[in-house]
Design a protein around this ligand. Structure first.
Ligand code: HEM
Length: 490
């Protein structure tokens, strides 16, 4: 009888979106290596802006066009705002105790408010002496290597890590940074590791991909590291508010702290964080805020070195506003329209997070197709940013397109351009990220003239990408700086 009901309901149900035919039981798992932004973009050319894959027992829905992205991120966003989490992610985020991987709901709402209002505001960013200090530090380091080839990718990665690390933990624990970086690297490998149990969940107890030991060790290392920092911050509360880092801020909401009655009290008493929440948010910031910023800077420098006329124009624009006798300050940033076009064009062609990962909270229907509850939904922002129906010459770096009227922007509800996502799960760190990357990159461009090494021609600069959770260049960018200012870097 049950069998009959199941067959009848299947017959009544709308069809799944189009997609490649799967094999019994494993479905489309033979296409596993196509789950990159480029592989999925290729499949979308064949199956359309909305297609379906079955990976083991898991339904995967891939969105590659603005109309379907609007459906998922705006029209039916409440259904599509959960996050999928692999076995590794669930374990390493203390069972989704963080913001990035928490499901949509009351807990997520509180965490999000805390991040947007307290941790990631522009006011907070501007008070981050660490951004200015680290920019100065890196400019001095480049100055010392003037005339010699510099590994731009490595340099900006270090810059972004130093900024985020100091903002999170304060400068006092800087000496332990290498230990923390190696913990992050292991986390990153485990986040990306293939685990058959993610697709055939009932195999989980067998640990078929032999990851459990590594997961336990990685989480133990993080616990030891962050617990020490939390205890240290609790025992040495800062008197001066300006010196407070993110851990100080988060500790105001720590559940083991007594209730407070001052003006912040209402929010503090409403949001109570456990140690696991604090660790989870710290990991979100370190992962969300480091590589993303570094990648955008490296890709922007890549595109400008490939297009010397744009490099010249942006440097002249900055020099006209700032002059050649000082570095760029925060107050200069709003006066640089072409510079902002270059940043937008880089985000269009090279969004650091190419695949947004969501999950359905219940059954849904899009364009007459059935999307089952708990489907993984992948929104390919890379494919959308290069869609020829939305962008002319999509493969060309043309910053001036953003001067044209009606061109999509990433800050509004334009679904043709989604480097920070859109809607409920969009990036809460956008303001902070833009502030940091604008200040860094404007100074790199203003303080130095950049040339290619060994007589390399602009068109020879590689734009090959490597694949992972983010999309870095396949090889690091090398360039030769020489001083441009009429004064020394201070
Ligand atoms: C250029 C830099 C950055 C880019 C391009 C970027 C992009 C994104 C994208 C595409 C998402 C996912 C949107 C979705 O799933 O629909 C996201 C989420 C998130 N980002 Fe960023 N991000 C950047 C920097 C930052 C920074 C600096 C922080 C924090 C300091 C941050 C914190 C987060 C968090 C916590 C989330 C999860 C939000 C949620 O699930 O509710 N990001 N970001």
């Amino acid at each position: 009888m049950l069998c009959l009901i199941s067959i009848l309901s299947r017959l009544k149900r709308k069809p799944y979106p189009p997609g490649p035919t799967g094999l019994p039981f494993i479905g489309n798992m033979q296409l596993m290596d196509q789950l990159t932004h480029q592989g999925l973009a290729k499949l979308a050319r064949h199956y359309g802006g909305l297609f379906h894959l079955k990976m083991g027992l898991v339904h995967v829905i891939v969105i590659s066009s603005p109309d379907e992205a609007r459906e998922v991120l705006q029209v039916q966003d409440i259904i599509f705002s959960n996050r999928p989490a692999s076995v590794a992610i669930s374990y390493l985020t203390y069972n989704r105790a963080d913001l990035v991987f928490s499901h949509y709901g009351p807990f997520w709402r509180k965490m999000r408010k805390l991040c947007v209002v307290h941790l990631f505001s522009r006011k907070r960013a501007e008070s981050w002496q660490s951004v200015r200090d680290e920019v100065d530090h890196i400019l001095r380091a480049i100055s010392d290597r003037a005339g010699l080839p510099v590994n731009v990718g490595e340099l900006v990665f270090k810059l972004a890590t130093n900024i985020t690390y100091t903002a999170a933990f304060g400068s006092k624990v800087f000496k332990q940074q290498d230990e923390f970086l190696s913990i992050l690297q292991e986390f990153s490998k485990l986040f990306g590791a293939f685990n058959i149990a993610d697709y055939i969940p009932f195999l989980k107890w067998l640990d078929p991909s032999r990851l459990n030991d590594r997961l336990t060790k990685a989480r133990f290392s993080l616990d030891r590291f962050v617990d020490e920092i939390i205890d240290d911050h609790m025992n040495n509360a800062k008197v001066d508010k300006v010196e407070e880092d993110m851990v100080d801020d988060l500790l105001n909401f720590y559940s083991e702290k007594p209730k407070v009655t001052d003006e912040l009290g209402a929010l503090q008493n409403a949001i109570k964080l456990t140690r696991d929440n604090i660790k989870g948010i710290i990991m979100d910031i370190m992962f969300g805020g480091t590589e993303t910023i570094a990648l955008v800077i490296e890709w922007l420098m890549t595109e400008l070195l490939r297009n010397p006329e744009h490099m010249k124009r942006v440097q002249e624009e900055i020099a006209d506003i700032v002059g050649l006798t000082r570095q760029v300050k925060e107050s200069d940033l709003d006066k640089l329209p072409f510079f902002h076009c270059c940043i937008k064009e880089t985000l269009r062609m090279h969004p650091p997070i190419t695949l947004l990962l969501h999950e359905t909270a219940e059954d849904a229907v899009i364009n007459g197709y059935y999307i089952p509850k708990q489907s993984r939904v992948i929104i390919n922002t890379w494919a959308i940013g290069r869609d020829p129906n939305s962008w002319y010459d999509p493969e060309m770096f043309k910053p001036t397109r953003f001067f044209e009227e009606g061109v999509p922007d990433f800050k509004g509800g334009d679904f043709e351009f989604l480097p920070f996502g859109s809607g409920r799960r969009s990036c809460p760190g956008m303001v902070l990220a833009l502030y940091t990357l604008e200040l860094c990159v404007a100074n790199l461009l203003h303080c130095f003239t950049w040339k290619l090494p060994d007589g390399m021609k602009p068109h020879e600069v590689s734009v090959e990408e490597s694949f992972g959770l983010t999309t870095p260049r396949a090889s690091r960018l090398i360039a030769v700086p020489s001083p441009r200012l009429l004064c020394p870097i201070n």
